[in-house]
Design a protein around this ligand. Structure first.
Ligand code: NOJ
Length: 535
């Protein structure tokens, strides 16, 4: 446990929505810099920034048109440099989201590639005379016909996000230059977007179809042969620079696949979607995934802990809207073994947003779902429901600093989103001096994690499940901490957890003086206890 990231809690900032520093309605670097004190006070250690490069923003920046500068809406390179400097001054690390798999169709590389079949960059992308049956992950065919050169190009996501051909060594060299540029600018690592899509099966075998789910099985368009050596090359390149960190987005919930991508000589960690993207909260399932991950991972592999992101519903909304439950989830994330990633706004209990008007929808995935539903003969009302299900706008609303910040957030093309009335009390301003607030609870958890090394680096001494309660003890050479999380709505008796007297460190339901009987846990209580014997 000698690496900084093994001891860190990260915080994801969705660039357009965190903090507007120049009054144009879009988040930017000046805004984030002005909130570094808030982030330091919260107690996190590192920031993950979603893409901030110039982009036509068909997919909110995951369609990069220039890898070497800052999108003008986010500021200048000087604003970025100042931000990095100020973050580092506060001992906050910064990791940049990097999209290696595809570029925007507006990127000059693609413009050159599509200019002629004979262009030297033609082979930087994937061109074919005939498409196969592969579908884009946003819906519809993954192939787009180019009239001028009479071939199809491949795009795993929107048709404006064109896949690079990583079998071409020039592509690799160009992207290594990009990485070098940002590492030298001071970023502490990268979050690598859809990294298991980087290579596709060169034979372009048709994907099979799942008749039951009525959808394509993405068998040959991800996790393909040749990908792991490529990941190893990327990791070796980045790790030449001291203390740099790589977290991979491996698009899979399958632990056997996730497991392949992290560890010695590979990515430092990957997002554990097997845990984080549960659609509904199932305590037993969470426990089982935790155990399965423990068993599957070797000593060099560390899981990540998250339940929300810019691609999914916020966990508070997804798991039913109950703040006691959200506190239990937070307590789990910040005391279990792994590297936690908090999504901006979860620390104040922000909720999902759903639109009743398709013209307000911004997310390409939602909009494609709407079009496909209409084409399939659905009514506008039905199509809107389907679009809202797919749309990721739900978790991308402006950070609720105060009640004014909630309305009229604009991205320059149309009004972004108005937070529903119900959400308006959920603000940093309202919660910062409230000892019972979600924000205070996150701060307390983060302080505990900072103070007790076993919460950052201890192994599980035991990990147990019983009737809706998850129990674990984490220990290292200095201390032993027991965590009991009662996700059920019944009080429960705690058995066989302690080897000596305990002291309460944190509870969501009681103050230390109120009750020192830790043989029972209240319904929906998170209880964190420390053994008093000195090690
Ligand atoms: C994963 C990103 O998190 C998501 O927001 C994006 O749409 C896809 N990759 C495509 O880049």
């Amino acid at each position: 446990m000698d690496k900084w990231w093994q001891q860190s809690t990260f915080y994801e900032i969705y660039m357009p929505s965190f903090k507007d520093g120049n009054g144009d309605g879009m988040g930017d670097f000046k805004g984030i810099t002005s909130k570094l004190d808030y982030l330091q006070d919260l107690g996190i250690d590192g920031l993950w920034l979603t893409p901030f490069y110039p982009s036509p923003k068909v997919d909110n920046g995951y369609d990069i048109s220039d890898y070497y500068s800052i999108g003008p809406e986010y500021g200048t390179l000087a604003d970025f440099e100042l931000f990095i400097q100020e973050a580092h001054k506060r001992e906050l690390k910064v990791i940049a989201d990097l999209v290696l798999n595809h570029t925007s169709t507006e990127h000059p590389w693609f413009q050159e590639s599509k200019s002629s079949k004979n262009h030297s960059k033609r082979d930087w992308y994937i061109w074919r005379d005939q498409p196969n049956n592969w579908e884009s992950f946003f819906g519809g065919s993954a192939w787009e016909y180019d009239q001028a050169t009479e071939q199809y190009y491949y795009h795993a996501f929107a048709k404006e996000q064109v896949d690079l051909n990583w079998s071409n060594p020039e592509v690799k060299a160009a992207m290594f230059d990009v990485m070098k540029f940002w590492l030298e600018k001071g970023v502490d690592g990268f979050r690598l977007d859809v990294i298991n899509f980087l290579k596709v099966n060169g034979q372009f075998i048709n994907n099979p179809y799942d008749d039951e789910k009525q959808e394509q099985i993405h068998l040959y368009d991800k996790d393909q042969e040749g990908i792991l050596p490529m990941i190893e090359e990327i990791a070796a390149f980045v790790h030449q620079f001291p203390n740099k960190f790589l977290v991979g987005e491996v698009g899979s919930e399958d632990l056997t696949i996730l497991k392949k991508y992290s560890g010695l000589d590979k990515l430092d960690v990957v997002f554990n979607f097997n845990i984080g993207s549960m659609a509904e909260f199932e305590t037993k399932q969470l426990y089982q995934q935790l155990v399965a991950t423990e068993q599957a991972y070797d000593d060099a592999q560390i899981p990540t802990l998250f339940f929300s992101s810019h691609d999914m519903s916020r966990h508070l909304s997804r798991f039913g809207g109950d703040t006691d439950h959200a506190k239990l989830v937070a307590a789990f994330m910040l005391t279990a073994k792994g590297v936690p990633f908090i999504y901006y706004g979860d620390e104040i209990g922000m909720q999902d947003w759903v639109t009743d008007d398709i013209s307000k929808m911004k997310d390409v995935q939602g909009m494609i779902a709407y079009q496909l539903a209409l084409e399939a003969g659905k009514s506008q009302a039905e199509a809107l429901v389907m679009a809202n299900e797919k749309s990721r706008d739900k978790s991308r609303t402006p950070m609720q600093w105060n009640s004014q910040a909630n309305v009229g957030f604009s991205d320059g093309t149309s009004t972004w989103i108005t937070i529903p009335e119900a959400g308006c009390n959920v603000t940093v301003e309202n919660q910062q001096d409230d000892s019972g607030s979600m924000l205070t609870f996150y701060k307390e958890l983060l302080q505990l994690r900072k103070r007790y090394s076993c919460l950052r680096q201890g192994e599980y001494e035991f990990l147990r499940y019983d009737e809706g309660v998850i129990y674990f003890a984490r220990n290292d050479s200095t201390e032993r901490i027991v965590v009991v999380l009662n996700f059920s709505d019944q009080p429960k008796t705690i058995e066989d957890c302690f080897t000596s007297d305990v002291k309460m460190l944190l509870s969501t339901k009681r103050k230390p003086v109120e009750c020192d009987d830790y043989r029972t846990i209240f319904a929906h209580e998170a209880l964190i206890l420390k053994e008093v014997t000195n090690r």
